[in-house]
Write a protein that binds this ligand. Structure first.
Ligand code: ADP
Ligand code: ZN
Length: 723
């Protein structure tokens, strides 16, 4: 037998299929070790055959076959071809997407646990060995007990002594790591409302592959997803359910676990390597049939897919930021086509691109304009911060927000105070010369953290000592500017001394349970006010929250990006959706310096349709996506001169294309990127806006051609972030 093997080296020069002789039993999808260029390396078997076109003396045998079921399924090979040709990446780097990284690095093993069992009650135990006797009598009441736990209870010495005397014996057994095992509970399907039943009917009977569910927050989209999944599982199929990483909340996971039990596997970056590994194999072996996770779970090893669901489809986290830079929705379409199943996109604020596809009839559009039980959407009060300043109020809180907070606390309800991502940076500025502290490796302003009294780079995580004097002019008048979450909490404490306040942001959340603990506390009403960033914008359902305050609604309007209006609309709608989800009516106070802004107007009235019609007109007249394609080719490297010379070569190659068809290009230029350095790497870019994707393939090919070991060149399509 002969095996067609792709070696696990992500390099264009070895991006070929190699042939080895192999045992009869080897099947496609297996992982092997093969001799390659004087070494033995890992490889993926993508096919086996009886004959070979190579002369027998040229063929080497496979060195070793991994002792495991085939890791890759047939669909992987079809996706491998499509993805590698689409993004011009080596096949090996596509295959890696399908496997948990723990598996390739061989770091993870099965876990064993030792159990102690009573063996011989009559073994000689001296009267003075009190602990040993206690351990023995404990074991006689339990048939067996975890060895480690037994040692904690009675002391390792005592337990080991009992083993030596033959009174107890130990047994090693493999256990499957079970993430979130504390989340047990029962949850059954809800009786669907008329609108929900209609939505499911529409999905199942549509002749279109892609379904867009546009439903206001609280319209019961989640229940629709869960019941679609349940129906597919009942038919013997499997399903993938994707949510943005930050809304993969313990609350949501607990609900899914309770609903689907062991049928659901969770692929989550917060899991330990071992847990991820075990969850992955549960899916691959067919033990679990539902994959739940963030972006990368689109590559879940499931066969016979019945549905793929992407919740909050507008979320920027669905764009991959490392090679290959895929859009999850595009990969999902490939998988849906292969499996002949539906792809269901859902959002309260669909991306302009998706909604326009629905308007054109490419996607099937399903609208849910009302909340469950016709609960009203929260009333939005606009607080004009310019007026507040004129009135002499220089705090971060408008009068309206203070009054509403007061009323909320008095009525025993809870409030959420939301700060935009940018709002949390507290810059450190020298008042004498205007120096602003920046990271040594990144072109990024440092942020002050009062708890540790240090400065941090929010991009690379580097920490610096707080400045006692300005490094530029030696001045000692250092001050902070900007309002951070820490600052908001201390101001709130001063305003409402009796209230319990908790903060949730990147600094307070750590570990896979970090989120869970804070949210659990808040859900149990152990705190009255939750202050947070982006993290609290999505997916949470707290029945007693009746007030949401948005401190700086304008921040995202300042991004110089064609999507800034869309982002602002999405953010406000999402955050507002946290208020008034149960019986009490909700309110939202939105603080802004530009109350007349049209985006805010649409958001306040929950007018997605109005927002969309206005936005799509702007996109059309200014020729921005979906009426054009923005393409950025990034050139990054540590050495400036080398990076520049690659940029030059690349630019000339791209300029050839541009000159050959100037009509096609709306914009074409090379420049430094807005963030000039990141993690010690210089960043340059060729930025293009084109009428179509006509030249996309050539652009990818050029990027591959000019990449050298020291300088990375990569292509981004409609990037979520142009920094
Ligand atoms: P969305 O995902 O659209 O924001 P959710 O799925 O969170 O909405 O639903 C909002 C609330 O309505 C949740 O508390 C949910 O438990 C409840 N809910 C959803 N469907 C039903 C139903 N059919 N009957 C009763 N309550 C429901
Ligand atoms: Zn940095």
């Amino acid at each position: 037998m002969f095996a067609q093997v792709i070696v696990d080296i992500a390099h264009s020069q070895v991006d070929k299929i190699f042939e080895y002789s192999c045992p009869e039993t080897l099947t496609a999808g297996s992982r092997v070790k093969v001799p390659f260029g004087g070494r033995v390396i890992d490889g993926f078997v993508i096919g086996v055959s009886r004959t070979s076109s190579f002369p027998p003396e040229k063929i080497k045998p496979v060195a070793e076959v991994f002792e495991e079921p085939p890791a890759l399924q047939k669909e992987c090979f079809s996706l491998m071809e499509r993805i590698s040709s689409r993004f011009k990446v080596p096949k090996a780097s596509v295959l890696r997407l399908f496997l948990p990284s723990e598996m390739r690095q061989g770091k993870v093993r099965e876990v064993y646990r030792k159990y102690a069992k009573l063996k011989d009650m009559s073994a000689p135990v001296s009267k003075s060995a009190k602990k040993q006797k206690e351990a023995l009598s404990f074991l006689s009441e339990h048939s067996e007990w975890d060895y480690t736990d037994l040692c904690t209870k009675f002391g390792r010495a005592a337990v080991n002594a009992l083993c030596d005397k033959g009174a107890i014996e130990l047994e090693k057994r493999q256990i499957k790591r079970n993430p979130f095992k504390e989340m047990q509970g029962e949850e059954s399907a809800k009786t669907l409302t008329y609108a929900q039943r209609n939505a499911i009917y529409s999905v199942e009977n549509s002749d279109k592959c892609v379904q867009l569910i546009h439903g206001v927050t609280g319209s019961g989209k989640t229940e629709i997803y869960l019941q679609i999944i349940a129906r597919e599982i009942a038919k013997g199929k499997s399903a993938i359910f994707l949510v943005p990483e930050i809304s993969l909340t313990p609350q949501m996971l607990a609900q899914l676990r309770a609903r689907f039990k062991g049928e659901a596997a969770i692929l989550h970056s917060g899991l330990s390597a071992g847990e991820r590994f075990d969850e992955w194999w549960r899916l691959r072996s067919g033990e679990a049939k539902i994959a739940i996770g963030a972006r990368s779970a689109i590559f879940a090893p499931l066969e016979n897919l019945g549905a793929i669901i992407i919740d909050e489809e507008h979320d920027a986290s669905y764009l991959s930021e490392s090679s290959p830079r895929y859009d999850t929705v595009e990969i999902a379409k490939m998988r849906a086509e292969y499996n002949g199943c539906k792809l269901i996109l859902g959002s309260a604020t669909p991306s302009v691109e998706s909604f326009s596809k629905a308007e054109e009839g490419v996607y099937n559009l399903i609208s849910l304009p009302e909340r469950i039980n016709k609960k009203p959407l929260p009333q939005v009060i606009i607080a004009d911060m310019k007026k507040e300043v004129r009135r002499g109020n220089n705090t971060a809180f408008s009068l309206a927000l203070r009054e509403e907070l007061d009323a909320t606390l008095k009525s025993g309800n809870q409030a959420i105070i939301f700060l935009n991502r940018r709002g949390y940076s507290q810059k450190v500025i020298c008042r004498d010369c205007g120096y602003v502290a920046k990271c040594d490796f990144c072109d990024i302003t440092l942020t002050y953290h009062s708890e540790e009294n240090c400065l941090k780079c929010h991009y690379c995580g580097a920490k610096y000592k707080m400045l006692s004097a300005c490094p530029e002019c030696g001045g000692i008048h250092i001050r902070y500017s900007g309002t951070g979450t820490q600052r908001v909490v201390s101001d709130l404490n001063a305003l409402f001394p009796a209230a319990n306040i908790i903060r949730m942001d990147n600094d307070t959340v750590s570990g896979k349970d970090g989120h869970y603990k804070i949210l659990k506390k808040f859900a149990a009403h152990e705190a009255d006010i939750l202050v947070g960033t982006q993290m609290i914008a999505k997916g949470h359902d707290f029945p007693s929250v009746t007030l949401v305050g948005i401190l700086d609604a304008d921040m995202s309007l300042y991004f110089e990006d064609y999507r800034s209006g869309e982002r602002t609309f999405q953010l406000i709608t999402q955050v507002a959706g946290r208020s008034g989800r149960a019986d009490a009516a909700g309110k939202v106070v939105l603080q802004t310096y530009c109350p007349e802004n049209y985006i805010l107007r649409y958001a306040v009235n929950y007018d997605y349709e109005g927002f969309f019609q206005n936005e799509i007109k702007i996109r059309k007249t200014t020729s921005f996506p979906p009426y054009a394609l923005i393409c950025r080719v990034m050139v990054t490297g540590e050495e400036e001169a080398k990076t520049l010379s690659v940029l030059k070569e690349l630019y000339f190659a791209l300029e050839e294309i541009f000159k050959s068809d100037k009509e096609e290009f709306l914009f074409f230029n090379k420049m430094r990127s807005p963030v000039k350095r990141l993690q010690g790497k210089h960043r340059f870019q060729v930025l293009m806006r084109m009428k179509s994707d006509k030249y996309l393939e050539e652009i990818y090919a050029a990027a591959v051609k000019f990449t050298v070991p020291e300088v990375l060149v990569y292509v981004e399509e409609n990037p979520a972030n142009l920094s």
